[in-house]
Design a protein around this ligand. Sequence first.
Ligand SMILES: [Zn+2]
Length: 175
Amino acid sequence: MNIARRGVVLDTSCVVCHRLFEDGGHLFFRCKGVKPLWRGLQIEDIRMQLMECQGPIHVLECILKLPYEKKMMIVALLWAWWSERNKTNHNESRLSTDEFIFLIKRSTDEWLRFSKPPTKSSTTSTPRWTCPSAEIIKINTDGAFLEETRDRFSYIEAGFVVPIFRSVKVGSSIS
Ligand SMILES: [Zn+2]
């Protein structure tokens, strides 16, 4: 749009349906190519809600307020639909509606499995690092070298944890 305002002649019609101006609102919510995907995923009500938003920031705010599973599904849909749009733009074959819906459900399931928000029980069971006792000196090292320059030292990183021994006389304080 900004380029067009500068006098450069561009075809700004939707690359999927070739009918209307391709802005985000059209491409993601109104295009005849994307509507069956929202319907097939049974989230048509959310499409209608997002279509009423006033600009991209409002769309993002609405998506972020959705329940976690729905939010992940919408993100998967928008991401995959943008890929489909680009395939069309490069004359590559697109997924069928059924293939697309399968991809979104699979992506959503995978993302949910790996990015579930931490529950209270999982956070309390995570072991935490603690300082070793006073009589222990702990030295961590890490290093690497290139196979072909085995004799050359590439880098080494070391960390030292040395407990501080303190003796406090009665009547004095540690500063
Ligand atoms: Zn379109």
